[in-house]
Design a protein around this ligand. Structure first.
Ligand SMILES: [Zn+2]
Length: 183
């Protein structure tokens, strides 16, 4: 009673899931900070041991030589599965590039070589797609622990992958039969 309430006045971080108008962003020279749930990155998710966590990104927009260019920097602590010992491990994955946002395939030919391209139909794109692309580019093809950090791999012992619930159909059948016998 009578106590002043404190409010967190920071704006909600943008998760990049809304369609953004890239011309508006370029004309404003916008710099957008994003916190993107990894779970929403559908192309990245199959490569991960878990989709927990978020990716951080900054995207700066400008217009250059007739194109909308987005300078994208993205990073995330991703839970990957080691391709040597199959145990999950966390790897900091970070990447950045300058991406020309083109409205059509035909426009790709006119993009200067130093830019990546991303298709942006009707000038609109979900910014998380740019973040996902950077992370996919930065992800190693065969993620592994550093040398010597695989648990037990040197002995050829492979730790168990998620234990599936044990199916015991015959035990259940035995209980059923036992039950009927008691009747
Ligand atoms: Zn390993």
């Amino acid at each position: 009673m009578g106590r002043a309430q404190t409010y967190d006045t920071r704006p909600m971080p943008d998760d990049g899931s809304k369609l953004a108008d890239v011309d508006v962003l370029a004309d404003a020279g916008a710099q957008v900070g994003l916190v993107v749930p990894v779970q929403g990155l559908e192309r990245l998710a199959p490569q991960l041991a878990s989709t927990a966590g978020t990716a951080d990104a900054r995207i700066a927009f400008r217009r250059e030589r007739g194109h909308v260019v987005a300078k994208v920097e993205a990073s995330a602590d991703l839970l990957l599965r080691c391709q040597r010992c199959l145990a999950p491990f966390t790897m900091k994955v970070a990447g950045g590039s300058e991406v020309a946002l083109v409205g059509s395939e035909a426009e790709v030919d006119g993009v200067p070589e130093e830019f990546e391209t991303a298709c942006c139909p009707d000038g609109r794109i979900r910014l998380r797609e740019l973040v996902e692309e950077e992370l996919l580019l930065a992800l190693p093809a065969a993620p592994m622990h550093r040398d010597g950090e695989c648990g037990g791999a040197s002995d050829g012992v492979i730790p168990p992958v998620e234990a599936a619930p044990t199916q015991r159909p015959f035990a259940a059948l035995g209980e059923m039969l036992g039950g009927s016998r008691r009747n």
